[in-house]
Design a protein around this ligand. Structure first.
Ligand SMILES: CC(C)(COP(=O)(O)OP(=O)(O)OC[C@H]1O[C@@H](n2cnc3c(N)ncnc32)[C@H](O)[C@@H]1OP(=O)(O)O)[C@@H](O)C(=O)NCCC(=O)NCCS
Length: 320
């Protein structure tokens, strides 16, 4: 095996490698669509666009057996992060242990030159070989995308689920934002009223509906469901998939079936609106939310992150 620069001449072989890895993922998660991104052409276009940003190819006797793109840089947690998206890498089945360490080391050099101190790799959830390697390298999971079919969910909850508007949810949404700031999640979300209302209106404006459980006329839990928001759920783009954009139940009411009732209503709404499946993206440090989603949805993509000390390499000049 030898490493070489990844260029456009490898595009078709790279798309084939990713498509083969996706087919294996789909054996574990049948609710995934047959074609990621809606078909071979959009997949090829997306891989081509990531490939243009540079990367590395692993070649054996002229054949591509793995590739990894350096992808995008963006500001994250006060640092500069490099992100390799899920379609930005793949390895031939059975050769991951041989191929990925070399590919990652080479992409790590590109990220160091750019000044990216956070490395984020988005990967198929059942790619156990890569997950093992990432963990050994010091990565930890931060986000998970999960999908499920739209079969009816059995509900037994004394609170009825009703449609709600953005304005009526401002107070509970602010409480939800504060929830993320606390341990063990430590994700800073804006809690000022103007940002809260703007975010809720953005969700509503994107065609989502809000569903809420009321007690004494006040919302004790709510969720939003509707078309997917970019860039979340990349693999499900153009696949007629609904997204559960947000969900929260006030602490005293948790574990009494309110979340399940909201999810049941969201799934029914997605089905009635003609969607084929529903997905959710969640922080994995949100252990209460993760447990709930794991009961109802199947993981298909994970994001893993690593911090590296760039030391004297620090100070990439490229703007994010
Ligand atoms: C995730 C969350 C929305 C789930 O809501 P919830 O109201 O606690 O969920 P439920 O009570 O329906 O279900 C949780 C579990 O509680 C238990 N439960 C459900 N109904 C119950 C009842 N009537 N009595 C006692 N326990 C019950 C069950 O173990 C249930 O699991 P199941 O679905 O397999 O039955 C809620 O925990 C929450 O708001 N967490 C914080 C915010 C968050 O994580 N949001 C998600 C963002 S990604």
């Amino acid at each position: 095996m030898r490493l070489t620069e990844l260029d456009g001449s490898r595009l078709e072989a790279a798309v084939d490698l990713f498509a083969a890895a996706y087919a294996i993922e789909r054996e574990s998660t049948s609710s995934l669509p047959e074609h990621p991104l809606g078909g071979p052409d959009p997949l090829r276009a997306e891989v081509a666009s990531v490939l243009r940003r540079g990367g590395v190819a692993a070649v054996d006797r002229g054949r591509l057996i793995g590739y990894m793109c350096a992808g995008f840089s963006f500001p994250f947690k006060g640092l500069r992060a490099g992100l390799c998206p899920v379609i930005g890498h793949a390895a031939e089945a059975g050769r991951e242990d041989e191929v990925y360490p070399a590919l990652y080391a080479a992409v790590g050099c590109i990220w160091a030159q750019r000044g990216d101190a956070l490395h984020v790799v988005e990967h198929l959830a059942h790619d156990r070989a890569l997950e093992r390697l990432l963990y050994a390298l010091g990565f930890g999971m931060i986000v998970c995308e999960r999908v499920c079919e739209l079969s009816a969910i059995e509900v037994s909850c004394r609170h009825e689920v009703v449609r709600a508007d953005a304005a009526s949810l401002a107070a509970i949404d602010a409480e939800h934002a504060s929830y993320y700031r606390a341990s063990p999640i430590f994700v800073h979300k804006e809690t000022d009223p103007a940002s809260i209302v703007a975010d809720l209106r953005e969700i509503e404006g994107a065609g989502c509906v809000f569903l809420a459980c009321l007690h004494g006329g006040e919302p004790i839990g709510y969720c939003a469901v509707g078309p997917q928001s970019h860039p979340e759920g990349l693999l499900l783009r153009n696949t007629n998939s609904a997204q559960l954009r947000t969900a929260y139940v006030r602490q005293p009411y948790r574990g009494t079936g309110v979340g399940r009732a909201l999810l049941g209503a969201a799934v029914a709404h997605a089905r009635d609106a003609g969607f084929d499946r529903i997905f959710v993206e969640h922080e994995t440090a949100n252990t209460s939310g993760s447990t709930f989603w794991a009961r109802h949805f199947h993981p298909y993509v994970r994001f893993s992150m690593r911090y590296v000390d760039l030391g004297p390499l620090r100070g990439g000049t490229e703007q994010v």
